[in-house]
Design a protein around this ligand. Structure first.
Ligand code: TEU
Length: 573
């Protein structure tokens, strides 16, 4: 799909405000703190910011439990702070994407409060089932563990929550719910935002009658890409998102390439992008906390499948970490001996595949997973529930926190949520008070101040990556995977016919210039050196180095020798 759009050419920077910068010393990041850092973001050369939820919330799930969609949570500031943020970003040409969490609300939202009292207009706003208080309506499980249903004493009925019990699911089958959501979206658009990132938007339609899940199922087949989901998403796009300039990114766990086309393809619902999950879940075992070392061959296979699958219909998003995932350098790289090198290599991957890159705060300085010495250090509801069920439950598999610590440190969401490391000051320069979650102790070494002073830092390299992506070739070029079975090398080309630059329509091959341009990307995902044979259809003479994270011989041979975690991008006719 090579029709131009700003968001295809953009790089998006994701800000988790709770952990970005605390301006008032209460230990929680806030909007004034973020405003102070707008110049920092601008210097990264990114085109848009996706801001995680800042709405009024009791914070049972760090803001993904919203009590008022049209108000800013006190901890973050107020609406005038938000407006200032919007303006400061826009003045610098940076767009603002807001998080849209409408699969569920907080149980403290007034809709839920009215619904549980059965106030007529709101009675069907959520999924209520009247049955016996000792028997939930079905066997669906919450993503955060335990049953997906809770009994409400006030209404004397069960309500559905695919996430925490403080996150009741909205009943999208009720047209009033949908209208309320669309009104709220229109209200935010009228405030001048540039798009939405739509939390678990593919979970909004639940199978009628709430059937039990099949054997070994948590019920997902009855609510993931559920029966009416495309009707709802399509309607939402028609009603509020018909402006092509608005970026609509759906977060969609469990989608296949075919599913994805139904959301973002030409004949699909009209979303711009999706966050698919295959490449960040393939290493999970029975559940995410018994993950294996990710296997590179499988990883390549998945990413290549998505590259090819959306090449002519749809568009990819490119991410290796976010606020729910471990730090990419710890999961896919080597966060010890080759921290900087492998962070650059992974950044090279997300900036040279086809699609729109998303950079998660701290990634650009190579932040790593953190130690969580005791369970008291944990904050996230999912990881705390996991530890509780493993250690405290009678049928739990662990005797003590020590038994699960490795799994927690590998996969827990708190890894992504430790404070942004600004400087070698107390708490990484994030707060003058006590941070809501401890800083990773490696902030003495890994921090923005240091990265700025170091020409060889990950931060400097990210600026080079941003510059590299200014080329149409890397935005619109066709992808081809090379050496798919190589256990350590991830190599591919991007190829673009030159005609597309020629708006007048006269044939480019009327001149002597080659009819296409091409990039060759070679990444060594290993602690050992390896070598790569330049494919026979490429001339070695023509290889021009565009970017690398190590020393490269001036004249490449047909065999490229790559050191540990070395990344190279060549341009070639
Ligand atoms: O996440 C949805 C989701 O299914 C997973 O990413 C999940 O949170 C987790 O990683 C399972 O291991 C979104 C938000 O990004 C997440 O922060 C919220 O907690 C969740 O929805 C509920 O709103």
């Amino acid at each position: 799909d090579d029709e131009r759009a700003w968001w295809k050419e953009a790089t998006v920077y994701q800000v988790y405000p709770k952990s970005f910068d605390d301006s008032d010393g209460d230990g929680v990041g806030d909007l004034p703190g973020l405003i102070d850092r707008v110049d920092y973001i601008d210097e990264l050369d990114v085109d848009a910011v996706w801001l995680n939820p800042v709405y009024e919330s009791p914070q049972a799930d760090n803001g993904y439990d919203i009590a008022d969609y049209r108000a800013i949570d006190d901890a973050y500031g107020d609406m005038s702070d938000w407006e200032q943020l919007r303006d400061e970003l826009h003045e610098r040409g940076v767009r603002l994407i807001m998080d849209l969490v409408v699969n569920h609300t907080s149980d403290e939202h007034e809709w839920f409060q009215r619904s549980r009292r059965e106030v007529r207009e709101y009675a069907d706003y959520y999924h209520w089932v009247e049955s016996e208080p000792d028997e939930p309506p079905n066997d669906w499980e919450s993503v955060f563990g335990g049953p997906a249903w809770s009994w409400d004493d006030e209404r004397e009925a069960w309500y559905l929550h695919l996430f925490d019990e403080k996150q009741p699911d909205l009943n999208w089958a009720n047209p009033d719910v949908r209208e309320s959501v669309y009104d709220m979206m229109a209200w935010w658009l009228s405030k001048g935002i540039d798009g939405f990132r739509m939390d678990v938007i593919n979970l909004v339609s639940k199978a009628e009658g709430y059937p039990d899940g099949g054997p070994d199922s948590d019920g997902a087949e009855h609510f993931m890409n559920g029966p009416r989901v495309h009707e709802y998403v399509g309607e939402m796009v028609d009603e509020v998102l018909d402006d092509e300039a608005v970026l609509a990114v759906g977060e969609t766990p469990g989608v296949s390439v075919d599913d994805a086309r139904r959301y973002v393809g030409e004949d699909g619902d009209g979303l711009s992008l999706l966050f698919q999950f295959e490449h960040v879940t393939f290493d999970h075992g029975e559940h995410k906390f018994d993950a294996d070392e990710p296997d590179l061959v499988e990883f390549k296979e998945i990413l290549a499948k998505w590259q090819d699958g959306l090449a002519d219909d749809g568009w990819n998003s490119l991410y290796l970490n976010n606020h729910d995932q471990p730090r990419m350098v710890s999961r896919f790289g080597n966060d010890e001996a080759y921290r900087r090198k492998s962070a650059k290599l992974l950044g090279t991957l997300t900036h040279t595949l086809g699609g729109t890159p998303f950079v998660y705060q701290g990634e650009e300085i190579g932040m790593t997973n953190a130690p969580f010495e005791s369970r008291e250090d944990l904050r996230d509801v999912e990881v705390r529930n996991y530890v509780e069920s493993a250690v405290d439950d009678d049928d739990g598999h662990a005797d003590s926190y020590e038994d699960v610590r490795e799994a927690v440190e590998a996969m827990g969401r708190d890894n992504a949520r430790t404070p942004m490391q600004w400087a070698d000051d107390d708490h990484a320069g994030f707060t003058d008070g006590e941070p809501w979650i401890d800083a990773n102790p490696n902030y003495t070494e890994v921090n923005v101040e240091r990265a700025r002073a170091d020409p060889d830092s990950v931060l400097q390299y990210y600026r080079d990556l941003a510059a590299l992506r200014d080329r149409d070739l890397l935005v619109y070029g066709d992808f081809e995977l090379l050496v798919p079975d190589h256990p350590n090398l991830f190599a591919y080309t991007r190829t673009l016919a030159r005609e597309r630059d020629d708006e007048s329509g006269t044939a480019a091959n009327a001149t002597d210039a080659p009819a296409r341009e091409r990039a060759l990307v070679v990444l060594n995902f290993d602690d050992e050196p390896t070598s790569f044979e330049v494919p026979p259809d490429m001339t070695v003479d023509g290889l021009e180095l565009a970017l690398a994270n190590g020393e490269v011989p001036a004249v490449p041979g047909r065999t490229l020798d790559l050191g540990p975690w070395e990344a190279r991008v060549y341009l070639t006719p």
